[in-house]
Design a protein around this ligand. Structure first.
Ligand SMILES: Nc1ncnc2c1ncn2[C@@H]1O[C@H](COP(=O)(O)OP(=O)(O)OP(=O)(O)O)[C@@H](O)[C@H]1O
Ligand SMILES: [Mg+2]
Length: 246
């Protein structure tokens, strides 16, 4: 057994099921994300990774199953309680997803709007988040003025601005060149070390998984098909598992 399994999970998913008509996407998916670990989730395109994440952040309702964030079953919370808990999760959306009509500063201020208590600290939080990703100079730029790598950094700054306990990265390196990918991965590692966040990293990128993961889960056929370290999984004799490491 891995020693971190003794620690309480910050995110616990049990028996998650989600279908769209006859398309049974999640068929009883289980996952624990433990404190201060980097957990990599790999699964083929269309296997339900984003659907699972949408269920966690409340953008989609599961058919059945439970999701606990910091020990709280999210289906039992009212909207305000859920929003508060949701603020413990930073989310790097697939493809950065910055608002094109807003400056970098406005993009970063956006997640703060829901929380009046942050209004007076907004300027400080924005500048600290930009410092953390090495892009203080970009504060007044528009997204169209940023390179792909810069956009990803700004999206990362936005994900960490509320100092979340959990960060979910959906394909953080997709579409970036290998050098920029490495920079983003190093930045993610740095953030994890500095803030002791628990990270769930969804990726197809084997190099990213090798460098960043403490543990991995493979989502195959709608379930957590296999779990283990990168070395465990990459040495597996299972044909479906081997496909990921070719
Ligand atoms: N709102 C929706 N309505 C109907 N079907 C959906 C919806 N959202 C997702 N699906 C279906 O669920 C399946 C899983 O989609 P999902 O986006 O989770 O895949 P993914 O694993 O994130 O893939 P990728 O690696 O390409 O991002 C797909 O077959 C998709 O068509
Ligand atoms: Mg996806």
């Amino acid at each position: 057994m891995n020693k971190i399994t003794n620690i309480k999970p910050v995110l616990k998913i049990q028996n998650l099921k989600k279908s769209f008509g006859n398309n049974h996407v999640l068929n009883g998916f289980n996952m624990n994300l433990f404190e201060a670990e980097n957990l990599v989730l790999m699964g083929k395109s269309g296997s339900g990774k984003s659907v699972m994440i949408k269920c966690v952040v409340g953008l989609m309702q599961p058919d059945t199953g439970t999701i606990e964030i910091m020990g709280k079953d999210i289906s039992k919370l009212n909207q305000k309680e859920f929003n508060n808990l949701r603020s413990e999760i930073g989310f790097l959306f697939q493809g950065s997803a910055l608002y094109d009509s807003m400056t970098v500063r406005e993009n970063l201020e956006f997640p703060l709007r829901k929380f009046p208590e942050y209004a007076s600290k907004s300027e400080k939080l924005v500048s600290e988040a930009l410092e953390n990703v090495g892009l203080s100079s970009a504060i007044d730029l528009m997204p169209e003025e940023l390179s792909g790598g810069m956009k990803r950094r700004i999206a990362l700054a936005r994900a960490i601005i509320l100092r979340p306990k959990i960060i979910i990265y959906d394909e953080p390196t997709t579409g970036l060149d290998p050098i920029t990918s490495k920079e983003i991965i190093q930045l993610m590692k740095g953030i994890q070390q500095q803030f002791k966040t628990s990270s769930l990293i969804i990726t197809h990128d084997v190099d990213c998984a090798r460098v960043i993961s403490n543990r991995m889960i493979l989502l195959i056929d709608g379930i957590n098909y296999m779990e283990g370290t990168f070395n465990d999984l990459s040495a597996s004799k299972d044909k479906k598992v081997q496909e990921f490491f070719k």
